[in-house]
Design a protein around this ligand. Structure first.
Ligand code: FE2
Length: 437
């Protein structure tokens, strides 16, 4: 398939852009944060983390490294898993009041995303609604630079350390939305896989499926040449569709997920597998940060919007005292049904992706791509203790229509899928996702 996927298309984009932070990867590199910050001339930084990490070893390492360089630190940890507008706006006020030179974030996607949203508010004022796209907000572009941000992920999945995206829940709408701006790309990412060593297996599974789906979605996304050409090059979105760069990183991330996800979940002592997953998450972040995701992420928001209806819903490994489905599980639980649907839009790509995930594709033709890929995802879900579809989380058939009506608002991501879908198609995909085995 290769280049043909990106064949020029009349009035379609003929260029793509790539941005990534300066990335450092390796065991122990978290301790480099002091030198990195000092080299950049920072004297006072805001350290974003969460209450569970605040008194733990990773934050201690970062604080010691910054202190060794004489850098003053103030900590913000009043945030929640799945950041919302209220905590992000609180964080924005903390930043605005603190006279900081930079932000250092230590945590999972929730911590990094809160820091990104807060940085916009601290620098440019207003509320989050000003910057999110209609109909949620007023769609004002982020007007310029924000505080530089060194992101230190402590899970292997989010990829947020390498993206210009933040995902924030709007409480009054009870729904998560995505904001993308080149100004919120971290300036540096320090990815220390030792941070993943102590994660419970269910957290490794959820974040691992997030990385897998990032890679799979950007590999199967609509080609960038199928999006409209931009008149103003500065306005070229980074959520621009699949492109040769995102392919490069996504293929490697898929190879890693296919080979190491089940191992990394099964054995906390398998440092080879967990190191690979941390690298795969970083690669997948560099890929989808320059292509965008599509339906599995768009439809994950229907799950997290309606999880409140299922009072008993909890997930081992997460200390959330309310109905809760972690992001990676909300993504993967629908994915086999979604890829079964989407494969017809780009069958060769789906078959290639299945092969990278080590699917049993012997004798398969492109017509079989959806089934082969879906079967491999289900196999990996079963091997890692994932729920058997939406029904195993407590959802029922009558949730499918309202979930589709909620998810259909994720317009850009839906448009990035290789096959068009409307609200009825999405409802049918949710029905198909109720159980798999
Ligand atoms: Fe994700």
């Amino acid at each position: 398939m290769g280049c043909q996927y990106f064949d020029p298309c009349e009035s379609g984009a003929d260029s793509f852009s790539v941005v990534v932070p300066r990335v450092t990867f390796g065991r122990g590199c978290l301790a480099e944060v002091g030198q990195r910050a000092a080299w950049r001339g920072y004297k006072r930084v805001a350290l974003f983390t969460d209450p569970g990490l605040r008194d733990g070893p990773y934050v201690a390492t970062v604080r010691a490294a910054l202190a060794a360089e004489g850098i003053d630190v103030a900590v913000f940890d009043a945030l929640r898993i799945e950041p919302d507008d209220t905590t992000t706006e609180d964080a924005g006020r903390f930043l605005a009041d603190g006279k900081f030179d930079a932000i250092v974030s230590v945590g999972g996607g929730s911590v990094i995303d809160t820091a990104k949203g807060a940085a916009i508010l601290a620098q440019h004022g207003g509320t989050l609604e000003d910057y999110f796209a209609p109909p949620i907000g007023r769609g004002k572009p982020v007007p310029g630079e924000v505080l530089p941000h060194i992101a230190c992920p402590t899970t292997a999945g989010t990829g947020s350390e390498c993206t210009s995206i933040t995902v924030i829940r709007f409480n009054k709408l009870d729904c998560k939305f995505v904001l993308s701006s080149p100004y919120i790309l971290p300036i540096e990412a320090l990815v220390d896989p030792a941070c993943v060593d102590s994660l419970p297996s269910n957290v490794v599974a959820s974040t691992g499926f997030d990385l897998l789906s990032h890679a799979l979605e950007c590999y199967t996304a609509r080609a960038y040449t199928r999006w409209d050409k931009v008149e103003n090059s500065v306005a070229r979105p980074l959520l621009q569709g699949a492109n040769p760069w995102s392919d490069l990183a996504a293929r490697e991330a898929l190879d890693i997920a296919g080979q190491y996800l089940a191992r990394g979940v099964a054995d906390a002592g398998d440092t080879e597998a967990r190191d690979k997953l941390a690298w795969g998450a970083t690669l997948a972040g560099m890929a989808f940060g320059n292509s965008g995701t599509h339906l599995p992420h768009a439809m994950s928001y229907g799950v997290t919007d309606y999880m409140r209806d299922i009072a008993s819903l909890r997930t081992d490994g997460y200390s959330v005292d309310a109905p809760f489905v972690p992001h990676g599980i909300s993504v993967i639980v629908n994915a086999p049904a979604i890829f079964r649907y989407c494969a017809a839009g780009a069958p060769e790509r789906h078959l290639e992706a299945a092969n990278h995930l080590l699917a049993d594709a012997k004798g398969a033709t492109p017509d079989d791509a959806g089934e082969v890929l879906s079967a491999r995802l289900v196999e990996l879900m079963r091997a890692t203790g994932m729920p058997n579809g939406l029904s195993a989380l407590g959802f029922q058939a009558d949730h499918c229509k309202p979930m589709a009506e909620s998810s259909v608002r994720q317009v850009r991501a839906i448009g990035n899928a290789p096959r068009e879908s409307n609200v009825v198609d999405m409802e049918n995909m949710y029905r198909d996702a109720l159980s798999y085995w």
